[in-house]
Design a protein around this ligand. Sequence first.
Ligand code: DX5
Ligand code: ZN
Length: 213
Amino acid sequence: MLVAPSILSADFGKLSLEVGSICEAGCDYVHVDVMDGHFVPNLTMGPLVVQAVKKAATKPLDIHLMVQNNPFFVDLFAPLEPEFLSFHIEEEKHLHRLIQQTRKHGIRPAVALNPHTDESLLEYILSDIDMVLVMSVNPGFGGQKFIPSALEKIRRLKERIERRNPSCLIEVDGGVSDQNIHALKEAGVDMVVAGSYLFGSPDYRAAIASLRV
Ligand code: DX5
Ligand code: ZN
């Protein structure tokens, strides 16, 4: 299981130290939640702050856009060269075009699904993307409770991915902890995002290890 800590739950007063410690503790990616106050009722980081995160990180960035006007934000964050850039399907009329725009920057595109969004919407796009991000909470805030229906969605998505594009990864985001990690693994998840669970733990290394199933 790949582990991507969400720095939304880090102590922002010492953000670069937190990013350094979580990388040192053995994570695979640093998950960065970009919120615009429109797509979700919260505002987080712009490119200046994410640049500081990148400087402190020894692992690649996984940027999760929760915004309106995706094409603008893709171009805004592309110079930071994240490994993955995810955008929400609920906000996009021209998903195929946005995927191409992301690839042109040399970045691996990922599509995010809100809890109510059917995974079947991805049928004709799965072969064009490198990852699907399944939200298991309502996007906007860290520290929420895992929504159990995400598990069924992940199982169905896994079958679809095996048919369409077996190299596409499944990432789950929201309410992940050592309590549900085995069920997530069994359902077919490749990468977990964890915010409050990891940053709320006194030992980042042990907490990351507890998700390595
Ligand atoms: C929520 C974000 C998540 C969040 C996860 O909108 O996308 O990445 O930080 O936090 P936890 O792990 O606390 O649910
Ligand atoms: Zn996220």
